[in-house]
Design a binder for this molecule. Structure first.
Ligand code: NAD
Length: 476
């Protein structure tokens, strides 16, 4: 089993490190201590990975769906066996409470099991033609894929890049985040141990911009899939356009939570406060802008603050910890700046707002209220442990504010009014809408956004179909 002293690349099934390759330190966000040195792929390593991806694709696309499914199911079983070990690696490098880290690995197993089933359901269709003629649509894998994953979900983000690809019959080169590499390596290893060939699923690291430019410059790669910021997503789409590669982009969000006047305040708070601070708020679907009908606002804000103050922040390995550190130094620095800007614009700081201690990247669970829309934090994803709570005058104003931003990933709403619920389903600009709940993700449910939050879908049947292309066969 990998640990932070044995970090490596996985190219053609081989474990690769050393050999004079450049390395970068991997940091424990709870202590800021160095955990280990991560090797970077050389240009030759990347070229070898590309050549493998081409041969792997030719082999894997001809492999039966049953065999592909069997490998995914075996890998899922291995992930369940290894969940505790991988979860501990994940907490060490990313910071989240270890219970959540283990849950993340188990969720990866669930995703692989779902993709295994979908591998056998990539149905085409027969078109209606006169007797003696035939036409049918079949779905074929798009080709070798390059996937780039972020550090906030070091395991799930990687599985989302490779699971659908492997189910569809593609080969894939994945670059997990250099900041959280061990969980990604362990996941790819589980797939190899489950029977996925070494040239079908490979794992590389390096300077992100250099690795993506090198892989995207190759005609071997036919699809690019990325999880991260909107700025980097736009950059990768432009690079992909030079060779007309297919893209799936899972980018930032700024999720509104619409709390309408018929809501029970305690029920909403009991569900949403935990969700707002999960993973220290570093979640693309994090509930962020709480838009509360004005009659409910005072009780809602007070109840929120009370619950936020009660959250135990600490090292992810302490059993009482509910919220760990932010994942990297950029987190607390960026959040502190946004909070200062919001206060300058007249926002009220109701609790939190400061770093905790002088070790690691801890930050207080924070609440800002009555935040003017001009404040930067109302327009740019805070990606930290903060909730913004504003009083709103009626449903029209709430829906207008929910749709104001160029982002559209997740949205949340609380109401039992059936007419309003159907209006929300039709009018809210988001890839996922949760009504009276906090969950917007499940293995069988397509996950992704609209507008600047990206396009394409991961998970669900769409997660596999977006790694395939339609081919029409006309028979005269
Ligand atoms: P970022 O977009 O710079 O980095 C995110 C991931 O993309 C990292 O793992 C990084 O290694 C990789 N990356 C960066 N540049 C790349 C490139 N040119 N080619 C390939 N991969 C590249 O984001 P960040 O600085 O880590 O965080 C900034 C903001 O991004 C956050 O505050 C948040 O708003 C957003 N973000 C969103 C998600 C998400 O789940 N959608 C995840 C992480 C960050």
């Amino acid at each position: 089993m990998i640990d932070h002293t044995s970090l490596h690349l996985l190219i053609g099934g081989e474990t690769i490190s050393g050999g004079g390759r450049e390395t970068q330190d991997v940091i424990d966000p709870a202590t800021a201590e160095v955990l280990g040195a991560l090797p970077h792929a050389t240009k030759d390593d990347l070229d070898q990975a590309l050549a493998n991806a081409e041969s792997g694709f030719q082999e894997w696309r001809r492999t039966s769906a049953d065999k592909r499914a069997a490998a995914l199911n075996k890998a899922a079983a291995l992930l369940r066996e290894r969940a505790s070990d991988i979860g501990q690696l994940l907490t060490r490098e990313q910071g989240k409470p270890v219970r959540e880290a283990i849950g993340e690995v188990v969720y990866c197993a669930m995703l692989l099991e779902f993709y295994a089933g979908e591998a056998k359901r990539t149905y085409g269709r027969e078109l209606v033609r006169p007797a003696g003629q035939a036409a049918r649509v079949i779905y074929v894998p798009v080709g070798p894929i390059a996937g780039f994953a972020a550090w906030n979900f070091p395991a799930i983000n990687v599985v989302r890049k490779v699971g659908g690809a492997i189910a569809a019959g593609c080969s894939v080169i994945v670059k997990p985040s250099e900041e959280t590499p061990a969980a990604g390596i362990a996941l790819v290893q589980a797939l190899l141990d489950g029977g996925v060939p070494g040239n079908v699923c490979q794992c590389v690291f390096g300077v992100p911009d250099e690795v993506s430019r090198h892989l995207l410059a190759s005609p071997v790669i036919r699809k690019v899939t990325f999880t991260g910021s909107t700025a980097v997503g736009k950059h990768l789409v432009k690079l992909a356009a030079d060779d007309l590669k297919v893209t799936t982009m899972e980018l930032g969000g700024h999720a509104p939570v619409m709390v309408f006047k018929d809501s029970d305040v305690d029920t909403v708070l009991d569900t949403m406060v935990g969700a707002a601070y999960r993973n220290a708020g570093q979640v693309c679907v994090s509930p962020t802008r709480f838009l509360v009908e004005e009659d409910l606002f005072p009780a809602f804000r007070d109840g929120f603050v009370e619950r936020a103050k009660a959250i135990a922040v600490g090292n992810g390995f302490d059993k009482d910890t509910r919220m760990g550190p932010m994942a990297n130094e950029r987190g607390p620095e960026g959040l502190a700046k946004k909070i200062a800007d919001a206060k300058n614009h007249g926002a009220k700081l109701d609790t939190g707002g400061e770093r905790i201690g002088n070790q690691g990247f801890f930050f207080e669970p924070t609440v800002l209220s009555e935040v003017p829309t001009e404040a930067e934090i109302m327009n740019e994803e805070p990606f930290g442990p903060i909730a913004l709570i504003n009083p709103m005058a009626g449903a029209d104003a709430i829906i207008e504010e929910a749709n104001r931003l160029p982002y559209g990933l997740a949205a949340y709403a609380w109401t039992n009014d059936p007419v309003l619920r159907s209006r929300l389903a039709a009018d809210v600009e988001a890839g996922m809408l949760a009504i009276n709940g906090a969950n917007v993700s499940a293995p069988d449910a397509p996950f992704g956004g609209v507008k600047w939050s990206g396009f394409g879908r991961e998970d669900g049947a769409e997660g596999v179909m977006h790694c395939m292309v339609a081919k029409t066969i006309h028979e005269g």
